[in-house]
Every structure is written in C-alpha cells, then in structure tokens.
Design a protein around this ligand. Structure first.
Ligand SMILES: C[S@@+](CC[C@H](N)C(=O)[O-])C[C@H]1O[C@@H](n2cnc3c(N)ncnc32)[C@H](O)[C@@H]1O
Length: 338
C-alpha cells in the first residue's frame, strides 16, 4: 500500500498489488508522559471526565446537514474519547468513519488515525474535511474505502490504541421518517418521508435485521481484537430506538456481541443530548410512557483485557494464529512482493 498526496494535499492510499495492503502509519507515543498513564490528561482534566453523563455542543466544523451524512456525532465527542484513551502519536481507528469526524478530532489531538467506510461519497467528504490539516504535524489521518470486514488486511496486530466509532444502527434507519419527535410545522421538514439510510449495498450493516446485525458486529470486532494493544480501548456510540411500540435495545446487542468475542465492558457513559434537541413533540400522552430516544445515546467503553488475564489469553492465541497466517502469506508471495 502506497500513500500519495493528492492535489489538495490529502494523503490517499493506493493499492499497488493484491498483497500490498498494509498501511504504514505511526502508532507509538510521541509525548513524554510517564509510562503508566493511560492518557496525556492533567488531574484537573481527568476529573471533568469522571462524570458518567456527558454533554457536547456542535461547532462550525461539525456536519449537521443530513443530506451530506444522516448520522454524525460531534467533533467534541470524538475528541473527549481520544483524549481519554490515547496518548499523542498513538493510533485511533474508526471502522465506520462516515463523514470523518473521528479523523478530524484525531488530527486536532495529534493522534494518527485510519478510518474505513464502504461509500465513496463519505470518503470524499472526509478528505474534504481533512483538507484544512495543519501543515506541520507529527501525525497522519488516512481514510480507506473498504468494508470493515477487511480491516485486518490493512493494519498490523497490536498497533491500535483505540477503536472509536458510531456504527450503523441495524436496519432501524432503513424506513421512511415520520418525524414523530418533532413538533408542529417542524414535522413536515425536508427529512419527512425520506429513508435516511446510507445505502442498500448488501455489505452495509444498516440493512440488517437486529439479530443478523449483532452477528455481523461480533464477527467484525472479533477480527479487530488482535489489532488492539493489550489494554487498548474500544468505544462504540449507539442509541436505542422504538420500533412499532417495542424498545429495540441496540446497546445490549452490541455489549453481548463484543463480550462474546473477548472484549471486556468497562464503562457505560450516557451522552445527554438534551442541550442539542429542541422543539420536541409530545409522545404517548396520556396512556403510554415512552422516553424519547433523541434525548440520549450510549457510549459503550470496552477494552482488550490485559495480557496474562484469562480473557486475554483467548485473544492472544488468536493474534498468534493471525501472525502465523500473515508470515506464511508473506513467505508464499515474497516472489511477487520483491
Ligand atoms: C453512523 S455512520 C458513522 C458516522 C460518523 N461517526 C460521523 O460522525 O460521520 C455509520 C457509517 O458506517 C458505514 N458502513 C455501513 N456498513 C459498513 C461496512 N460494512 N463497512 C464499512 N462501513 C460501513 C456507513 O456508510 C456509514 O457512513
């Protein structure tokens, strides 16, 4: 895999041969924090993050236009997670990068980052947002058009410090919007009656029913685990939703899927969105009490268990097998590579 600078100065990955997929990108600390610190935060900054309910505001650089991308999170959210779970110079990976918010925050925080998405328009949008990169920086942010299922082909084992993402929400956006959470005139806005789904591509996790989605997330994250450093982190942002008066608990599906494949759940943080939703309509009154999904979402924090723990032994074993596979693969195709 070769990186070139395109005409707007943005790094793009170019595949040179089927075998040459690995991205060469920094993943070691470049700060001088003590080795036992999990991040570069001061005690004061750390204290602010101890509260389990977080609020964020959007800024001018955030994408709020649903026509550009239907489901983005704020740069400030990605920045908080990156600051908490990585050091400067380490590697952040977003398997479902969408409009590239994680990469923008990683660039601001001087972290290396790689994002993946199935869809070219989102790759282009991410590159457009990264155009304003600082000229002199020690880190790189790279976006790759690929199915998240193929990420292990691009990255080396034990190099990632943080997986940070907001994945598709199973097939729950794959229906015409009724805008029930909106009030009065607002309800018939230009989202009304539209399907705000990324695509109908069979590889897109956003078309899968919940059970198949849980299975697909489990399979993807199982293959991602060996790429994480031991005690490396994984933060997944999802809401729950209502579907025909049933609560669809996406967060439980994800917790179960990741626990089953070797991740350990560490924290559940609530993203309190009450400061950014406005003009909410009335729901369920007077017979049916239902909380409004738009008012909060989950940030599910996992880690790869420390080396030597029982759980880690299972995933380390998989890393060894994977390393063995890579070595054999390289040996088999060395004639083509050199
Ligand atoms: C919720 S969005 C991510 C939004 C992102 N956090 C942001 O701020 O823009 C989920 C993304 O996953 C992508 N996606 C769906 N299935 C995928 C797959 N199998 N591999 C990679 N990306 C996929 C969609 O194209 C969509 O952009």
């Amino acid at each position: 895999m070769t990186r070139i600078r395109n005409n707007v100065g943005v790094s793009e990955v170019v595949q040179q041969s089927d075998q040459d997929l690995k991205i060469m990108i920094g993943h070691e600390r470049i700060c001088d924090c003590p080795p036992n610190h999990i991040n570069c935060m001061t005690a004061k900054e750390w204290m602010k993050s101890q509260i389990g309910v977080w609020q964020f505001s959007y800024e001018g650089r955030d994408i709020r236009d649903k026509k550009k991308h239907p489901a983005t999170y704020p740069i400030a959210l990605a920045r908080r997670c990156i600051d908490l779970f990585t050091h400067q110079g380490e590697l952040v990976v977003d398997p479902f990068v969408g409009s590239g918010t994680t990469l923008v925050a990683a660039r601001d925080a001087n972290r290396n980052a790689v994002g993946f998405d199935l869809h070219k328009p989102y790759i282009d949008l991410t590159n457009e947002r990264l155009q304003n990169r600082m000229l002199f920086t020690d880190t790189e942010q790279v976006v790759v058009e690929s199915d998240a299922r193929n990420i292990p082909d691009y990255l080396e084992p034990e190099t990632v410090s943080l997986f940070l993402t907001s994945p598709p929400y199973a097939n729950l956006l794959n229906r015409k919007r009724k805008n029930k959470s909106r009030k009065g005139e607002d309800r018939k806005n230009d989202q009304f009656g539209k399907v705000e789904q990324y695509s109908q591509d069979p590889r897109d996790l956003g078309i899968l029913p919940l059970e198949e989605y849980g299975k697909a997330m489990g399979d993807i994250f199982k293959n991602l685990l060996p790429l994480l450093k031991f005690k490396g982190h994984c933060v997944i942002n999802v809401p729950d939703m209502w579907w025909e008066n049933q609560r669809i608990t996406i967060h439980i599906t994800i917790i179960e899927a990741l626990r089953n494949v070797g991740y350990e759940l560490r924290n559940i943080i609530i993203w309190d969105r009450t400061n950014i939703v406005n003009r909410i309509g009335i729901f369920g009154w007077p017979r049916n009490y239902i909380t409004m999904g738009v008012t909060f979402e989950y940030l599910l924090h996992f880690w790869r268990p420390p080396n030597g723990s029982k759980k880690a032994d299972i995933s380390a074993n998989e890393t060894c097998q994977r390393r063995r596979r890579i070595t054999t693969f390289k040996a088999n195709c060395s004639g083509n590579l050199f």
